[in-house]
Design a protein around this ligand. Sequence first.
Ligand code: PMP
Length: 364
Amino acid sequence: MKNDRIFNFSAGPSELPLEVLQKAAQEMTNFKGSGMGVMEMSHRSKVYDGIFKETEAKFREVFGVPNNYKVLFLQGGATMQFAQIPMNLMNKNKKADYIVTGSFSGKAKVEAEKFGTVQVAYSGKEEGFTRIPKQKELKLSPDADYVHYCDNNTIVGTKWNYIPDTGDIPLVCDMSSCILSEPIDVSKFGLIYAGAQKNMGPAGMAVVVIREDLIGEAQSGTPVMLEYETMVKADSMYNTPNTWAIYVLGLVLDWVKSNGGTKGMQKLAEQRSQRLYDFIDNSEGYYKNPNEKDSRSKMNVVFRLPSEELEAKFVKESVAADMSNLKGHRSVGGIRASIYNAMPVEGVEALVDFMKKFKENNPV
Ligand code: PMP
């Protein structure tokens, strides 16, 4: 335990770096001599404009956004993007390919069906979403307006270890639960989106990175708030943006930068997840991860115990050991340790220690 804080394994909203929270607390009532806190500022004020511009510049730098892409800070979370993407991008043949590797990519597909024809390029549903498909398994259509996939599957704990090749067809990716956890070649994508509440800050915002040539041809009838063009022209401020979340994202980006950028985050993620997977794989089958090894997530580590009774006991006792949110998603059960960027390596060490003792105390 660090200070009076516990190790928080929540899948989202999730733990933030302590330094970020402390800095936000320090500036809470008076931001840099302005005499007011960020939450109280007009989004059109000079001071806030500075915060906004700096945050965007830092995001571009840390995420490596090329000049021909726009960065938007939007409301409605990642789920709003499930609709906003087809409204804006299903605009030529009114067709799109969806790769379904988990619950959220399935939801995105269902939403897209309201706006055009959806072809499922791959679905892992029958196999229980335990792996990511190989490139050759993807049945891509030559006339799709875009191809959508989800990079890290938060609930089942799988992750793509390659970027699918879609040729000239724009690739759209949900990176909600892995953004900023590794370097990404943004130029391979038409659009990347992510809800903020895991690796970027508080809930209530999604970051969208969109290639410029994809802007401006929304389907007719698209509400003005949901046209990317509206927000591009208005610098994400057609209406009042989530000023607080944008400010905290700026603080998180400072923290990422001072910890080695996305390369530094990747190293830490590998260290944390490897420690957990090694322990699980060497537990004589007491703890079991159901996923194929090269499809395993470095952000959401899921595992089962020998029985549901033991899983319930595990969760209960972990709370007494100052760890929280280890219960798996209600749709799949089991245990899930979400270990995003802000999770210190000590948090994983504490969890492994706890797992060791639990196994000794509860033999089967
Ligand atoms: N996509 C993924 C991969 C997610 O993990 C989540 C939320 N857990 C969502 C989409 C939905 O995000 P939001 O709650 O921001 O709408």
